[in-house]
Design a protein around this ligand. Structure first.
Ligand code: C5P
Length: 401
């Protein structure tokens, strides 16, 4: 087991850490510290049993947030209820997971906050069992385990060794560093391994004169999230970005550009296997930008605009043709326009969203279409959407091979 270089994939990830009643709860506290140290944002849910072994205050101090423990507390539910917690999480990790908790989880119970959040989840769930070796090997626990594995719950451990009760055998909670490495590996799929992915992001700026420009409100968040998700999926990623206020994602090569013409040139210079055009490229530019700052006069000013090159359509017409993904921000008839764009630009996939509610926001709902198919991804953070889109792209590529 190594906890070596995979931890960067936990940066900015939302980890919901569940603690249940076990003497190993103190290791859950250490795990919380390691997760926040790796850059994850951690929210802790403790069962009543867990609070017998370790105080919520300890976990509050380590996570930087109030610990959640009560399903029926109106105040806590109003602040961040069980459904919101479940939606917020990129990964739920229950460590330690007691025999009792596994049994309740396997039954689909929602009798306390932790089981309710697990039942309402949309993200992966991992459990790290911790119990006496006889309880672990009991047929009832093993049957519960099989049931959980059949519903794609990940099971981390347990380890074998000396137990708090003096027994020797399977049932020890894995060490916090091992759990950290396993949690981190959940965000590194390898689905795009060995592929060169080029992502365009942000707005472009089209010069009017040396100090003024035409542009738009794109924040670049979606493109940056896709670049990060593609890199976590093992791709070699180049992010061709217009001006944004965002920090470049780890491990992506960033090519900063200003205008649509610069962006096209940068993209053409790269050999992409997958080209994902997320940039909100300006549709028009000033036909003849002024060499010097324009002086204002009392007269109205008329600028003659000309079309910018369509970067995505140009790349989709290049040979060898990369797998091309476009974005369509529409304000009405989303599906019709998206399908038209898929055809007109000869794309392999198009991601359509509602322009007004998406620009600059942290989350979005999108509809995705490809020749002969499509799906809708429900409202979620742009990071969660980015990972779902990368999975869809990898699936389409696999279907094509
Ligand atoms: O035609 P429309 O601008 O709606 O198409 C949107 C898609 O095309 C986006 O993926 C965008 O990044 C890309 N695009 C481009 N170059 C342009 C205009 C749009 O790459 N000049």
């Amino acid at each position: 087991m190594t906890n070596a270089p995979v931890q960067h994939s936990l940066r900015n990830k939302h980890i919901l850490l569940g603690l249940t009643g076990s003497i190993a709860a103190y290791k859950g506290a250490e795990l919380c510290r390691l997760l926040t140290g790796a850059g994850a944002e951690v929210r802790v849910v403790m069962t009543e049993g867990a609070q017998e072994f370790i105080t919520p205050l300890t976990l509050q101090s380590l996570s930087g947030h109030r610990v959640h423990h009560d399903l029926l507390d109106a105040e806590a539910e109003a602040a961040m209820g069980h459904i919101e917690l479940a939606r917020w999480a990129d990964l739920i990790l229950v460590a330690p997971a007691s025999a009792n908790f596994l049994a309740r989880l396997a039954q689909g119970e929602a009798s306390d906050l932790l089981t309710a959040v697990c039942l309402a989840r949309r993200c992966p769930l991992a459990v790290a069992p911790a119990m006496n070796q006889a309880m672990w090997s009991n047929a009832a626990t093993q049957a519960n385990l099989q049931r959980l594995l059949a519903t794609a719950v990940r099971v981390f451990g347990p380890a074998s060794g000396e137990q708090a009760c003096g027994d020797l055998g399977l049932g020890r909670l894995l060490e916090p560093a091992e759990l950290l490495a396993l949690a981190s590996a959940e965000f590194t799929s390898g689905a795009l391994a060995d592929l060169r992915v080029v992502v365009t992001a942000g707005p472009t700026r089209e010069a009017i004169d040396p100090v003024r420009y035409l542009s738009n409100h794109s924040s670049g968040k979606m493109g940056y999230a896709i670049a990060e998700a593609a890199s976590e999926a093992g791709a070699e990623v180049t992010l061709v970005s217009g001006p944004t206020a965002l920090a470049p994602p780890d491990r992506c090569h960033v090519v900063p550009v200003q205008s649509a013409a610069d962006m096209l040139q940068a993209c053409q210079a790269l050999q992409a296997d997958v080209f994902i055009a997320v940039a909100a490229v300006a549709d028009y530019r000033v036909a003849a930008p002024a060499e010097h700052k324009l002086k204002k006069t009392d007269a109205a000013l008329t600028l003659t605009l000309e079309r910018t090159p369509d970067i995505l359509a140009t790349l989709a017409a290049s040979r060898p043709k990369p797998f091309c993904v476009g974005f369509a921000a529409e304000t009405q008839d989303i599906e019709t326009y998206a399908q038209q764009k898929l055809l007109a630009k000869q794309l392999d996939m198009i991601v359509a969203n509602e322009a007004v509610t998406t620009f600059g926001q942290d989350d979005a709902t999108v509809a995705v279409f490809w020749p002969g198919g499509g799906t809708t991804l429900p409202r979620q953070s742009k990071q969660q959407l980015a990972r779902a889109l990368v999975t869809l792209i990898a699936d389409r590529l696999a279907a094509r091979r």
